[in-house]
Design a protein around this ligand. Sequence first.
Ligand SMILES: Cc1ncc(COP(=O)(O)O)c(C=O)c1O
Length: 423
Amino acid sequence: MPGAVERLSDALDCPLPEAPSNPTDIVAFLDECGSPSTMASAGGRYFGFVTGGALPATLAANYLAGAWDQNCFSFVSSPAIACFEEAALRWIKEALGLPKSAEGALVTGATMANFTCLAAARNKVLKDYEWDVDRQGLFGAPDLTIVLGEEAHVSLFKVLSLLGLGRDRVITVPVDDQGRMRPGGLPSVNGPTIVCIQAGNVNSGAFDPAQQIIEWARNAGTWVHVDGAFGIWALASSKDAHLADGVVDADSWATDAHKWLNVPYDSGVALVRDRNALAQAMSITGSYLMATDHRDAMNFTPDSSRRARAVEIWAALKSLGRSGLADLVNRNCRQAQSLANGLRQEGVEILNDVVLNQVVVAFGDDDKTSRVISTIQDSGVVWCGGTKWRGRIAMRISVSSWATTDEDVERSLSAILEAHLQN
Ligand SMILES: Cc1ncc(COP(=O)(O)O)c(C=O)c1O
């Protein structure tokens, strides 16, 4: 709603109240001033970034878990959530066909999931070279080589920086026109090495060729990590699982539940094949925390006190089942194809091979594309974001929500084409 954010900002521009307020009035204020200024990202015509909606069961689970207000760092602090967490992790592995024995951590998002997996990887590969990062830190450690594609997600570089591995020390492998690593460009390496594969490029949706990269990695003796923030859910699809061929053979996997699993923010998942490697990187020690023989989440996650993300993930998988999850992924991919075909038919340029749920669009030169994106965003009918793809300004459509109907696709297509004609 035009002006809503300004009104909200004005309404919030007041000093800390001296006296208490009535909770009912507070909720009324939130709804009157907050609701109209939110992004309609839970709706069926929001295609910005890569954004899932919130399945009804997950939103209800979120409300209930909020009311329970459990602190989920250990079994003792919340036995119920510890049970949900084990069940949720088991179901995620079953849904994606990942090894049953892999250990996991529920974190805020793919950035922290990548962080968690790569912390485990860093410590393990250096341990194999007689270096204990946990005790000694990184000062004086053997050189650790990180290999990733030129199109690795920007958040991965932040993770490398946080892990003390440096944004600029990486070896980048050239990519093809879809952003996939070219296996021929893999370097020869020796010493401790981690290679990061991408399952789902944030623009094109393309997958690095996991099978070939993993074959190279096994010969080179390196740890293979998969950043599958949204694309790894292709493994649950009855049509597109082939895109992720080989991914299950990696050593660790990071993904988001708040993207294609359609749970409320925030929710990411880290899975590591070698349980000890994750535990050794994340364990916390201290007697007052009252460890038991049960699984304590704090020994597998970077954080300690945390909310009950497991309940929403469990609710999503319970509400969808294996077939519902496959249908969701298949449907969104089909809808992405429909949008791409509808635009192409009207002479709009589609810049990527639409293999998954992502469509990269140009409406002409950079100026025109930028103008069309603004018109679309102002339309209030559909929301798509801008990006840069292979040197050009482009619009990105990401179809990732359970709430997107075929009618939404039709309405969105009309609104996008109208904006194209207006500019
Ligand atoms: C491939 C990839 N990796 C990592 C991320 C970061 O995810 P998050 O914002 O949930 O931390 C994204 C986000 O879109 C992504 O697409």
